[in-house]
Write a protein that binds this ligand. Sequence first.
Ligand SMILES: Cc1cc2nc3c(=O)[nH]c(=O)nc-3n(C[C@H](O)[C@H](O)[C@H](O)COP(=O)(O)O)c2cc1C
Length: 362
Amino acid sequence: MKLGVFLPNGQNGYILSTASPQYVPTFDHMLAITQAAEEIGLDFILSMIKFRGFGGATKFWDACLDSINLSAGLAAATKRIELYSTVPVLGIHPAVAARMIATVNDISKGRTGVNIVTGWNKPEYGQMGLWPSPDYHDRRYEFAADYLGILRALWRDGRVTHNSDFFQLDDCECFPTTGREIPIVSAGQSPKGVAFTARHADYNFVTAGPEKLRRIVPPLHAEAAKVGRKVGTLALVTIVAAPTDAEAEEIWKDIVAHADQAAVMNVMRSAGMDTNTDGTSKHFLEGLTAPVEDGNMAFMGFPLIWGSYETVARKILQHEREFGVSGMLLTFVDFVPGVREFGAHVLPMLRDAEAKIPVAAE
Ligand SMILES: Cc1cc2nc3c(=O)[nH]c(=O)nc-3n(C[C@H](O)[C@H](O)[C@H](O)COP(=O)(O)O)c2cc1C
């Protein structure tokens, strides 16, 4: 199973609560997390980008380090781990993004990947005058597919001529080429987002608790199979592991009890503007009252895997064996100790179980 860490390069990571560590992201912190992940043998890190946070008492995501620049710095200081940068299609022209990613690819000696995000929070892009049209919510995956086509052409050939509703490029150059296909992940959960990933990406992120995973993973694979492709599914989760179940429970209960309601409401307001329904916006709405296992908004709607080290290892294994996910993107309450603790106590049990009964190839 492919395992990665979702770097908390937005303020306070992925928890909207005054009971979790409060921090403004720094390169040193992100590097410490990435090095810890590399040391324990995880496969990749992914960083995000938000141009406008959600405020509240925790100033949630108000500060955010740029994802591509961050990857460049991390690439120079690591040797093995893969580094996924988030490319915001509304924020960077594709010919500029292609060159930035080709640069990280060079620095990392071929360890870079891209998380392609359409931008779905109107205030975030509206504040810069970058919300392109009133129908962008509905057309965003069309835009992203067009954008990705340009990225891939430039990475492969170093040159493209392109005329579409969205972009005009006239014999546009971008060298060096990457000399390898850049892996693409996407996180759209709406029907249009899923269709985009099935057609264009290598991995799809899902944010769903156990019951929903059982229901949604097979159709995701079927959607890709329809167009003759194979797309892996990576489940996004927050890990709360402790020596005992009771200790882990105490940690998450305290976090939920101190949820930053103002920041949660600001997330909801922004998601409420989304006219492309049935995706993340709906999940957030459900997350206001959802159990933590399904994704409560105190944890940004990310499902929690919590318990003793044994419990956590067992639940992760269940994701692989029963729900059919090919990997997981992990977040933690306090990342550096969280990753180390995971490496010391959970990962050995997981790898041991995987070695004893190998998972059948998909
Ligand atoms: C793992 C993961 C990472 C994401 N990273 C970002 C990001 O960095 N910036 C962003 O604006 N949206 C990000 N998103 C949001 C998605 O890209 C997508 O826009 C969102 O899920 C809404 O699309 P949907 O309505 O199709 O679900 C992320 C989502 C997930 C699950």
